[in-house]
Design a protein around this ligand. Structure first.
Ligand SMILES: [Zn+2]
Length: 597
């Protein structure tokens, strides 16, 4: 059941030919030049005053907040139709302009990082700078790890032909790999990674098996090269960490996310303690599917053949009602997206796949992008993106730099929004749909909370082993990865080469090390908050909205206090797994009832 709902971008510009686009680009360029004239050499200066620093930061915020509008407009339009060359051209043009714009502004971050503590620290008590304390603090975190300007310049120039080149090469190899599953209908199509991956959710087990075998063949062909690239980048990070004085491999991630290592270890440790929940669920799924053994290519097998259709209008009602039963304000904020046409929901030829929420800025509201096809998962996607949207609306009271938090906090509002809608959907659904809904939710939680912890643990092992023992073989890495996956699934799943070799096609191991635990953190945080909201009742909603209003104005630890959470309290995190466990209980009860009935 499709929809024609499309967004109206006229709050940004009237159209691609609106003269205000060009005017904004010109004005922003002039502002950037003026900014450099006014402040270069005056931030890293013994004469720095609170007033001057505050006015520099505010001007810099304004410059990006306003100057970013053409970029936002161009990206939104392009995602709505990738096939239109004019949209692509506008986007490229705006991107080039932004790069040109940022060159004269490089000094700002450098100077702000460099200015001496004796000069800066006393200024931070000035009321003008108090709102920017955390922002300044994060900008200065890298300072003890920065090298001299000559060294930094040399490193960044060589990175294009060194580490960055290896990252790009591995991406190109993965993108160019073709898989040839021998399908039960006798055909052998040529597929890319995501097309082949889509076959794992086929209801036909033979199709899933063929996809797994095809993946193993394709992955093996590139294994030697991808292993060499990973080894090289592990060593590159070892050298970089040594000269920048990072003591452990994961320290760069902790710094990026503003999370103390002890918190990450606590969260991933508690997650690993709860791995048996995954084994319990997959044992139930195996029974439900009626298999002797569950192979790794059955992990995403669908649990239901019935396809319930939900119109976009009904989805709107479901989402608004579920948000509203938690907080009337949340309902109102979400309703604005429908009423004011901030959602592009209609699938159209040329439209990019997937879904996202462009969170907006303090000056412009968010937009939601999705491809609504009228099934349960699309209702959940709507809830997810509107969770982000409401977060965007509430955090617009912050300044530009204080609006967005670090990665670990980014998925909290969306996951929480999904849980509200999930509860609602379940109440009205028939048993078969309910079972499928529960299965999706549980598998989602296992994927985003537990297997991300497995990825984190693998990275900790391989970074250390590369440092202590030198280059690893593909088999050594596959053994470590298989060990992590076996720890997660226990004896509920039989691991084949499809899962054993999967690490070689996970891009973040090479291009953004230690990128997965923020997902463990964010999703578990949202589930634990959901548990807390059930425990505390209606008084929780206002605290939760205050958390969203705070945007990214402080570190996760400080923000969590707004909802009375101590991130070092293990019981809070265990609350998140209580939610998962009760979902599995319901799944088990339904599965048994179905067997009896
Ligand atoms: Zn999201």
């Amino acid at each position: 059941m499709e929809t024609t709902v499309a967004w109206d971008l006229s709050d940004l510009f009237d159209g691609p030919d609106d003269p205000r686009i060009e005017a904004t680009l010109v004005r922003t360029r002039e502002r950037a030049d003026a900014f450099a004239r006014d402040y270069q050499g005056k931030i890293d200066s013994p004469d720095l005053t609170a007033k001057r620093l505050a006015s520099a930061i505010r001007e810099y915020e304004q410059l990006w907040s306003e100057g970013g509008k053409p970029g936002m407009y161009a990206r939104l339009r392009f995602s709505a139709d990738n096939s239109d060359p004019a949209r692509g051209a506008l986007m490229a043009r705006v991107q080039e302009e932004t790069t040109r714009l940022s060159l004269p502004l490089v000094f700002y971050r450098l100077e702000l990082a460099r200015v001496a503590d004796e000069i800066l620290t006393p200024l931070l008590d000035d009321p003008l700078l108090i709102p920017y304390r955390y922002y300044i603090h994060t900008l200065r975190l890298e300072r003890p790890h920065q090298l001299s300007e000559i060294e930094e310049t040399l490193l960044s120039r060589f990175s294009d032909t060194g580490s960055s080149a290896f990252v790009r090469l591995s991406g190109e190899i993965r993108a160019a790999t073709r898989f040839h599953p021998a399908l039960p209908d006798g055909t052998v199509p040529e597929l890319n990674l995501s097309q082949n991956g889509a076959l794992y959710s086929s209801p036909d087990r033979e199709v899933r098996k063929a996809a797994a075998e095809a993946f193993a063949v394709g992955a093996k062909a590139n294994l030697k090269t991808l292993t060499f690239i990973l080894n090289t980048l592990l060593q590159d990070k070892a050298v970089s960490d040594e000269i920048r004085h990072y003591e452990i491999p994961e320290a760069t991630g902790f710094e990026r996310d503003e999370l103390p290592g002890a918190t990450v270890e606590l969260v991933t440790g508690i997650t690993a303690e709860h791995y048996p929940l995954a084994a319990r669920y997959y044992a139930l799924k195996k029974q439900q599917l009626g298999y002797e053994t569950l192979k790794d290519y059955d992990l995403s097998a669908p649990l239901s053949q019935t396809v319930e259709e939900i119109s976009f209008e009904s989805a709107q009602e479901i989402v608004l009602d579920s948000f509203g039963s938690f907080s009337p304000e949340m309902r109102e904020l979400a309703a604005e997206f429908f009423d004011k046409h901030w959602i592009d929901a209609a699938p159209r030829p040329g439209k990019q796949g997937g879904a996202y929420c462009n969170g907006g800025t303090p000056d412009s509201h968010a937009y939601v992008f999705l491809n609504y096809l009228g099934k349960m998962p699309h209702v959940m996607t709507l809830a997810h993106e509107l969770g982000h949207g409401v977060h965007g609306s509430l955090s617009r009271g912050q300044t530009y730099f204080n609006m967005y938090g670090t990665l670990p906090m980014a998925e909290v509002a969306s996951t929480f929004g999904e849980m509200l809608v999930f509860d609602r959907l379940q109440t009205g659904a028939c048993d078969e749909t309910k079972l499928a809904l529960l299965g999706d939710k549980i598998e989602g939680a296992i994927g985003t909370i537990m297997s991300t912890t497995g990825r984190y643990r693998l990275e900790k092992i391989i970074h250390r082993q590369r440092r202590s023992e030198g280059e690893m073989t593909s088999d050594q890495i596959s053994d470590h990865w298989q060990g992590e996956m076996a720890a997660l699934y226990g004896d509920s799943v039989e691991i084949t080469d499809r899962l054993r070799l999967a690490w070689s096609y996970i891009p973040h191991f090479v291009n953004s090390p230690f990128y997965s635990y923020p997902y463990t953190f964010g999703e578990l945080f949202a589930l634990a908050l959901y548990q807390k909201s059930k425990d505390e009742g209606p008084s929780f909603a206002e605290k939760y909205l205050n958390l969203l209003r705070a945007g990214g104005k402080d570190s996760p630890h400080v923000l969590a206090r707004l909802v009375d959470v101590d991130l070092n309290d293990p019981d809070f995190w265990r609350g998140g797994f209580q939610v998962v466990e009760s979902l599995i209980d319901s799944f088990e009860a339904l599965a048994q009832a179905a067997k009896r009935g």
